[in-house]
Write a protein that binds this ligand. Structure first.
Ligand code: AHG
Ligand code: MN
Ligand code: MN
Length: 327
C-alpha cells in the first residue's frame, strides 16, 4: 500500500512542489468532510454575491476558496495564489518558488443536489523570488506547469495527480485519513464511443462543432457508422475523471453565449491542469485546433474553448475545424 506521502517522497523531484501538494490535499480532506455533512453543516445555497466572472457564488465556493487561500499563503514555498473566486492574485511568501492557481469548487451547481464536485489545481514556477508576486507572474503557458491535479468529491474522494511523467490516482481512506495509491500510470484509449457536451448550447457553437455532434447523433446510420453515447456530469472534474477512468471526449466548445465569444471554461485553473493530466495519460487537449498547453495567457481569468480526451476524437474535431477554415 502506497500513501500519497510515500509516493511524493519517492518521486521527489521538487520538495517544494510536494509540500504544496500536501497542503492542498490536506485542505481537500476538510472540504470533503464539509460536503459529507451537507445540509447539516449549513453550507448549502448561495453566498449572496458574484465572483469576478459574474457568476453567483455558493457558500461552499467561498468556504473552499478561503480554506485553500489560508493554507497556501502560510506555505513558505508558495509565492502567490490565484483563484476562480478572487479578482486578483494574492501575494504570499516572496521567497517561495511556486505559484498556485485553483478552482476551489468545480461544478458548484451540483452541491445543492448532492452530486459530484471537485477542486482543481495548477502549480507554476515563480520567476521573481524575493519580490512580491503580481497577476502578471501567473501568465505562463500550461506547458510550464510543474504539477497539476484535482480532488473529486464523489461517492468517495479521489485525487488525480501528475508530478512526474505519469498520471496517478489516490483514494482517500475515510478510516485512516490517508490518500492511498489506487492506480499508477493512468492511460486513455485513443478511441471512444462516449462524449460529453452541454447540447443545449448547440445554437451558439461554430459550424464544425455542430457538424461533429450531428455526426455522433446520426450514429450507425451516419458517416461515423457507429453509435455514440452521451455522459455529462455538469462538473468538468467529474467528466475528466470519467475520461481518465475509461476514455471519452469532453468539450465545452467555442460558444457565442459568453461575452468573450470563447467558451465557458477558464484557461489557467480549469483547462491547463486538466490538459496536463489528459496529455500525460496519452489523450489530447485543444481549443478545437491549437494545443491548450501552448496558449500564452493574457489574463488569469481568461476563458477558452476546451476539447479533450481520447486522442482520435480530439484529432477528428481538429480536422473538421481546419476543413471549415480552408473552405
Ligand atoms: P464552476 O462551478 O467552477 O464555475 O465550473 C462549472 C463548469 C464546469 O465544471 C462544467 O463543465 C460546466 O461549468 C457546466 O456548465 P453548464 O451546466 O452551465 O453548461
Ligand atoms: Mn470550474
Ligand atoms: Mn468553481
Amino acid at each position: 500500500m502506497t500513501t500519497l506521502a510515500q509516493y511524493l517522497k519517492d518521486h521527489a523531484s521538487n520538495p517544494a512542489v510536494n509540500d504544496v501538494i500536501t497542503t492542498i490535499t490536506e485542505v481537500g480532506k476538510t472540504i470533503s468532510q464539509l460536503l459529507k455533512k451537507g445540509a447539516l453543516a449549513d453550507i448549502l445555497g448561495e453566498a449572496g454575491n458574484q465572483n469576478v466572472q459574474g457568476e453567483e457564488q455558493k457558500k461552499l465556493d467561498v468556504l473552499a476558496n478561503d480554506l485553500l487561500l489560508e493554507a497556501l499563503t502560510k506555505n513558505s514555498h508558495c509565492a502567490g495564489v490565484a483563484s476562480e473566486e478572487l479578482d486578483d492574485a494574492t501575494p504570499a511568501n516572496a521567497d517561495g518558488s511556486l505559484l498556485v492557481l485553483f478552482d476551489p469548487l468545480d461544478g458548484s451547481s451540483n452541491i445543492d443536489i448532492n452530486m459530484a464536485v471537485g477542486t482543481i489545481f495548477s502549480i507554476l514556477p515563480y520567476q521573481r523570488q524575493g519580490q512580491p508576486s503580481k497577476n502578471g507572474d501567473f501568465l505562463q503557458a500550461g506547458n510550464k506547469q510543474l504539477a497539476a491535479g484535482y480532488l473529486l468529491y464523489g461517492t468517495s474522494t479521489m485525487l488525480a495527480l501528475t508530478v512526474a511523467d505519469d498520471v496517478v490516482m489516490f483514494s482517500l481512506d475515510p478510516d485512516s485519513g490517508d490518500y492511498i495509491l489506487v492506480q499508477d500510470k493512468v492511460t486513455i484509449d485513443a478511441d471512444t464511443s462516449e462524449y460529453a457536451i452541454n447540447s443545449s448550447n448547440y445554437r451558439y457553437w461554430r459550424a464544425p462543432m455542430q457538424q461533429y455532434i450531428d455526426e455522433l447523433i446520426a450514429g450507425e446510420a451516419g458517416v461515423r457508422a457507429r453509435d455514440f453515447n452521451t455522459r455529462w456530469v455538469a462538473a468538468m472534474v467529474g467528466d475528466v475523471h470519467r475520461i481518465l477512468c475509461r476514455g471519452g471526449l469532453f468539450t465545452y466548445p467555442f460558444d457565442t453565449k459568453y461575452a468573450n465569444k470563447a467558451g465557458k471554461l477558464r484557461l489557467m485553473y480549469e483547462a491547463n491542469p486538466m490538459s496536463l493530466l489528459i496529455e500525460r495519460a496519452g489523450g489530447g487537449a485543444t481549443d478545437a485546433i491549437n494545443r491548450i498547453l501552448d496558449i500564452e495567457p493574457t489574463d488569469i481569468h481568461q476563458r477558452i474553448p476546451v476539447v479533450l480526451g481520447s486522442k482520435n476524437e480530439v484529432d477528428y474535431i481538429k480536422d473538421l475545424h481546419l476543413q471549415h477554415e480552408n473552405k
